[in-house]
Design a protein around this ligand. Structure first.
Ligand SMILES: Nc1ncnc2c1ncn2[C@@H]1O[C@H](COP(=O)(O)OP(=O)(O)O)[C@@H](O)[C@H]1O
Ligand SMILES: [Mg+2]
Length: 228
């Protein structure tokens, strides 16, 4: 199934973005420009400490560039308002997943929909659909995050990001600490989100599984973002 054509094309652009932490001494990003569009899976690779998480934090609207700007559909995200940008456009799956420990897997996935005013019964139906798409067993629905393996938690975190319905999905090291087979499953989930669901997906990683299937591979070296 490919319903890309039904969705409006969305774009994300970094324009001359430089970044230095307020108390940091060096520029982590130096004049980074990049263009991303919906329906595609991108990876940003780089060594530990290269600035991958920092780059993702900026794209997520959780920090502001020291200079340069980030545009979503041609509009500056700081002008649009970062809160609105995070609510309506960019969904982030952090390296630590950030599932609510006191809620079951199903409740975690239902949560963003309930916040948006979706009825509990519809939220439950949709949450089960998303959990099915990330190939999580129905019986895991009632488990709490700590009763799930790392790979299961990661898939639950993606199901929750899908429930947000945001056009942009950003993932920080989504295959870290997973066995190779599970890492490939997570990579194919990201590929499907881009190809079948028309999302704009950016994953930062220092591992091979996602880059292998990415539409475009980018590399962060000494603060400079380069194409393959
Ligand atoms: N809050 C902070 N203040 C100052 N420096 C930081 C902060 N967070 C990260 N750094 C530094 O920024 C650099 C890039 O970090 P990070 O983006 O986490 O790299 P990566 O995700 O590629 O491993 C590192 O040198 C790190 O020490
Ligand atoms: Mg990192």
């Amino acid at each position: 199934m490919n319903n890309n054509t039904e969705l409006p094309r969305r774009t994300l652009e970094m324009k001359g973005v430089s970044f230095k932490y307020p108390r940091g001494r060096r520029m982590i990003l130096k004049d980074v420009s990049a263009f991303f569009e919906s329906g595609r899976l991108y990876t940003v690779e780089g060594e530990s400490g290269a600035g991958k998480s920092t780059l993702l934090t900026l794209l997520a609207g959780l920090a502001v560039p020291t200079s340069g700007e980030i545009l979503a559909d041609g509009k500056s995200i700081s002008e649009m308002g970062m809160t609105r940008y995070r609510r309506e456009i960019a969904a982030t799956v952090a390296q630590a997943n950030l599932l609510f420990e006191g809620r079951t897997v199903l409740e975690n996935v239902m949560f963003p929909m309930l916040l948006k005013g979706v009825s509990p019964s519809e939220a439950e139906t949709k949450a089960k659909e998303y959990l099915g798409q990330v190939k999580l067993d129905e019986e895991l629905c009632g488990h709490y995050p700590k009763e799930c393996s790392g790979g299961e938690q990661k898939r639950a975190a993606f199901a929750r990001a899908m429930a947000l319905d945001n056009p942009v999905i950003l993932a920080d090291e989504p295959t870290a600490n997973l066995d190779r087979a599970t890492a490939r499953t997570v990579a194919s989930i990201l590929g499907d989100l881009a190809k079948d669901r028309g999302r704009l997906v950016i994953a930062v990683t220092h591992e091979a599984e996602i880059p292998e299937i990415a539409d475009e591979r980018l590399f962060l070296r000494a603060g400079v973002l380069e194409r393959e």
